[in-house]
Design a protein around this ligand. Structure first.
Ligand code: ARG
Ligand code: GLU
Length: 721
C-alpha cells in the first residue's frame, strides 16, 4: 500500500514538473522550427514555423514591429496601417491634444490620409533577420580572463559584427547576449521614422476601467490605437516629409472575425521586455521581501496624495492622469507579483531546486570544480546588493519622487557645462533650448500643492528608513537648520526655489547667461537634487555596479549549469526586448477558492460596470445605443458583442500591442495586459494562474466601423469570416 502510494506520489510529481512547463516560454523565432513547431502543431497550429519566421520569403514576422521603445505593433493593411494599444500610443495622442481639441477624451479618427497626424521622434522597428553569432563572439574568450577583459573583448567583437552589417546598408544591427551570455545573436533592424496617428477611441473606451481595472480580469478595455507608416518613394524608411507615401509592407496580417472557443490554440508575437526565470532564491527573496514591499509602500503614499486631489478637480485629473497611471501600473504589478510568488511558495520552490542542484554538483568532482561555490557566491552578492537596492528605491521613488527635485534636475547639465570655462555660448544655447522645452512639458502638468504634500510625506519616510549616516546630506541640513522639521523646510524650498513655478522658472531661464549658473547652484531644490544624486554617485552606484558585474558573471555560469543539470528541459532565454513567440490556449481559470473566471467578456459587462459619476466608468450614449439595438454588424457573436478574452500565453511588459494569432496565423486579438494572479510570471510561471489579456479583434473592428464610422479603414484590412 505504502509502496503504491509513493509510486503514485512520484508520478504526480513528475507530471507536475512536466505540466508546469506547458505554455511557459518566450521563444526565439529563428529556432521555432527546431524547438517548437511540433509542439505548436500538436496543440492545434495549422501553419508551419516557416510561415512565422522566414528570411527568404515574406512571413508573419515582417508584420511585427517594435513600437517606440517599449511596445509592439503589427501591420494590418497593404497601406502600412498599424495597430497597437491605446496605452502605447497615449503619449502621442496626448501631444496632439489641446483644450478644445482633446483627442484623449473625444478620440480621433482621420477620415482621409491628409488628416493623419505626424509624430516626430516616434519610430517603429522591423526585424529583418537574426543570426546566431555565438561562436564568433566567444572565440578566444577564455576562463582565465577577468570579467573586465571579457566584457572588453565581447564589446569589440560585437562592434565588429555590427559594423560589417551596417556598412553599405540602411539597416541597424545589434548583438545581444541570450542565456546570460552563453549565446549571442545579431539582430538586424529596419527603422521607420515617419509614423502618423490614424485613430484612437475616446479614453472611456481605450482606458475603460482605468487604473482600477488595470491588471485585472474580467476586463472591458478597448485598449487600441491606429497609426500608419510613411516612407519615401522607393518604399524605404525616411524622416518625416509631407510627400512621403504609405508603406507597402512585405506582409500584412489577415484578420479573422470567427472568434475564439475554449482550448483554441493561440500565439503572441512581439517584443517582451524582461523576464527573470532563472534567478537563485536569494534574488527572489530580495525582490519579493525588500524591493517590492518598499516600492509598493512609497508608490501607495504618492498615489493617495494624487488621488485626493484628482477627484476634486477635473483639471488636476488631466494633469496627473498619466503620472498616476505610471505609478499605479508598477504598484499593482508588484502586489500581484508578491502574492503570486507567495502562493507558489516561490522561495521554497527555488530552495528545493537548489538543493537538488547542489546534490548533483557534489556528486561529481568535475562539476564541483566548475559549479561548487556558485550558490554561496550568490548568497553573498545578494546580501550586499539588497541594501544598495533599498537605497536606490528610496532615491528614485522618494527623493526623486518629489517633483520639484526632478524639475531642478532639468537644469543639471546646463549648470555643469556652464561651470566649464571652455564651453562656448553656442553649446550653452543648445542645452538651454533643451531646458526650456523640458520645462514647458513639466509645468504643463505640475500642481504645487500636490507636490508640497508629497515632499513632506516622502522625506519623512525616507528619513525613517535609514540610520542618519546612511542618508543623503540634505537630511543633516534639515536637522541643523530646521531642527528636523521637514514641513518648515518645505515652506522654505517652495518659497525660495525658482523651480517652484512656471513663472520663476521661465523668468530665469529665458534670460539665462553662462555666468548665472551660480544662482542655480544656490537654489534649494537644486541643492536637494544634488544631494540625492551625489549620495547615489558616491554610495549606491559603485556598489550596484560592482555587484552587477559579479552577479552577471555568476548568472552566466549558473544558467549553463541549470541547462546541464536538466538536459531534458527545453530552455528559453529570458526576455530581452527582442522578438519572441509565446503560445498557449484560450482558457478560463479559478483565481481563488470558489471563484471561476470565464475566458470571454462582452459589451454587457461594460453596461454592468457603467457609472456616470466615476470618470473611468462613463459609457457614451453612442455605445449604449449600439448595445440597445444590438447593432453589431458582422462583428457580433449572436446577441453579444465580444470585448476581451484570455489565454495561457506567456507574456510580459513590452508585449503590449502584440498580435494574438489563431491556428492559421490570423489576427484574433490584441494583447494588452495580464491577469493579476499571474503577474509573477516574470519570475515564475504557473499555467493554472497565468493568463494574458487580449482585446477581441471584433470589438476593435466594431469600434472603428460602427462606433466611429471609419469604415474606410476596415476596407483596407483583409477580413476572414
Ligand atoms: N498593465 C498594462 C501594462 O503593464 C497596462 C498599463 C496601462 N494602463 C493603465 N490603466 N495604467 O502596460
Ligand atoms: N501592459 C503591458 C505592456 O505595456 C503588458 C502587460 C504585461 O506586462 O504583461 O507591455
Amino acid at each position: 500500500m505504502k509502496k503504491y502510494f509513493y509510486f503514485l506520489l512520484s508520478t504526480i510529481l513528475i507530471l507536475q514538473v512536466s505540466v508546469s512547463r506547458a505554455d511557459e516560454g518566450l521563444w526565439i523565432p529563428l529556432l521555432l522550427q527546431s524547438l517548437n513547431e511540433k509542439e505548436m502543431q500538436d496543440m492545434g497550429m495549422r501553419i508551419s514555423a516557416e510561415e512565422i519566421y522566414n528570411i527568404n520569403n515574406s512571413s508573419l514576422k515582417d508584420a511585427i514591429l517594435l513600437f517606440g521603445g517599449g511596445c509592439t505593433a503589427e501591420i494590418i493593411s497593404e497601406e502600412g496601417l498599424i495597430l497597437t494599444n491605446h496605452h502605447c500610443g497615449y503619449a502621442q495622442i496626448q501631444k496632439h491634444s489641446s483644450i478644445g481639441n482633446d483627442l484623449l477624451t473625444d478620440g480621433f479618427w482621420a477620415m482621409d490620409k491628409q488628416e493623419e497626424l505626424p509624430n516626430p521622434g516616434l519610430t517603429v522597428t522591423r526585424l529583418v533577420r537574426m543570426e546566431d553569432v555565438t561562436q564568433r563572439m566567444l572565440d578566444g574568450i577564455t576562463g582565465e580572463m577577468t570579467e573586465k577583459e571579457r566584457a572588453k573583448a565581447i564589446k569589440e567583437k560585437g562592434e565588429e559584427i555590427t559594423a560589417e552589417i551596417e556598412k553599405d546598408s540602411l539597416y541597424k544591427a545589434s548583438v545581444r547576449p541570450f542565456y546570460y551570455g552563453n549565446e549571442y545573436y545579431v539582430l538586424v533592424y529596419e527603422i521607420f521614422k515617419d509614423v502618423r496617428l490614424v485613430g484612437a477611441p475616446p479614453s472611456n473606451v481605450g482606458k475603460f476601467g482605468g487604473d482600477t481595472d488595470n491588471w485585472m480580469w474580467p476586463r472591458h478595455t478597448g485598449d487600441f490605437s491606429l497609426f500608419r507608416i510613411y516612407v519615401n518613394k522607393d518604399n524605404e524608411p525616411a524622416e518625416y516629409a509631407e510627400d512621403n507615401v504609405p508603406y507597402k509592407p512585405l506582409y500584412s496580417i489577415p484578420i479573422s472575425i470567427k472568434g475564439v472557443q475554449e482550448d483554441d490554440f493561440t500565439f503572441i508575437f512581439g517584443f517582451p521586455g524582461r523576464t527573470q526565470e532563472y534567478l537563485p532564491s536569494d534574488a527572489i527573496e530580495m525582490i519579493t521581501q525588500v524591493q517590492n514591499p518598499n516600492r509598493i509602500k512609497l508608490r501607495r503614499k504618492k498615489l493617495d496624495i494624487y488621488e485626493s486631489f484628482m477627484t476634486q478637480d477635473p483639471q488636476i485629473r488631466i494633469q496627473y492622469s498619466l503620472k498616476h497611471a505610471r505609478l499605479s501600473n508598477g504598484w499593482k504589478k508588484w502586489i500581484g507579483e508578491n502574492r503570486g510568488i507567495q502562493k507558489l511558495d516561490g522561495i521554497d520552490t527555488k530552495l528545493g531546486f537548489e538543493k537538488g542542484f547542489n546534490d548533483w554538483v557534489q556528486a561529481s568532482a568535475e562539476r564541483k570544480k566548475k559549479y561548487g561555490g556558485l550558490l554561496e557566491a550568490f548568497d553573498k552578492s545578494y546580501d550586499e546588493m539588497t541594501n544598495a537596492q533599498l537605497e536606490m528605491i528610496y532615491l528614485v521613488e522618494a527623493g526623486l519622487g518629489v517633483e520639484i527635485v526632478r524639475a531642478a534636475r532639468i537644469a543639471a547639465k546646463l549648470v555643469s557645462i556652464s561651470e566649464i570655462k571652455e564651453t562656448t555660448n553656442e553649446e550653452i544655447q543648445k542645452e538651454l533650448k533643451v531646458v526650456l522645452k523640458k520645462g514647458e512639458g513639466f509645468y504643463k502638468n505640475y500642481y504645487l500643492p500636490i507636490d508640497r504634500k508629497a515632499f513632506v510625506v516622502l522625506l519623512n519616510i525616507y528619513r525613517e528608513e535609514f540610520p542618519p549616516d546612511q542618508l543623503p546630506a540634505i537630511f543633516a541640513l534639515i536637522d541643523k537648520k530646521y531642527k528636523g522639521n521637514i514641513d518648515e523646510f518645505a515652506d522654505y524650498v517652495f518659497k525660495k526655489s525658482m523651480f517652484a513655478n512656471e513663472k520663476t522658472f521661465f523668468d530665469f531661464f529665458d534670460n539665462y547667461k553662462k555666468s548665472k549658473y551660480k544662482k542655480v547652484l544656490k537654489d534649494p531644490a537644486f541643492t536637494m537634487a544634488k544631494s540625492f544624486i551625489d549620495f547615489y554617485g558616491q554610495n549606491t552606484k559603485p556598489v550596484i555596479s560592482k555587484l552587477s558585474v559579479e552577479i552577471d558573471s555568476l548568472m552566466r555560469i549558473y544558467m549553463q549549469a541549470q541547462m546541464e543539470y536538466q538536459p531534458e528541459n527545453n530552455f528559453y532565454p529570458d526576455a530581452n526586448s527582442t522578438l519572441r513567440v509565446a503560445y498557449g490556449k484560450v482558457k478560463p481559470y479559478h483565481p481563488r477558492d470558489g471563484v471561476f473566471y470565464e475566458y470571454q467578456t462582452t459589451l454587457k459587462g461594460i453596461m454592468e460596470k457603467e457609472d456616470p459619476n466615476i470618470y473611468d466608468y462613463v459609457v457614451e450614449d453612442k455605445l449604449k445605443q449600439l448595445y440597445n439595438q444590438k447593432d453589431y454588424g458582422k462583428y457580433g457573436m449572436g446577441d453579444e458583442m465580444p470585448v476581451c478574452f484570455i489565454a495561457t500565453n506567456h507574456t510580459t511588459g513590452g508585449n503590449s500591442g502584440s498580435p494574438a494569432l489563431n491556428a492559421d496565423g490570423q489576427l484574433i486579438g490584441l494583447n494588452f495586459d495580464r491577469c493579476w494572479e499571474g503577474t509573477m510570471s516574470d519570475l515564475m510561471f504557473d499555467p493554472d494562474q497565468c493568463r494574458n489579456i487580449m482585446l477581441d479583434i471584433r470589438y476593435f473592428l466594431f469600434m472603428v466601423d460602427k462606433f466611429a464610422g471609419a469604415g474606410h479603414l476596415v476596407d483596407e484590412m483583409e477580413l476572414i469570416d
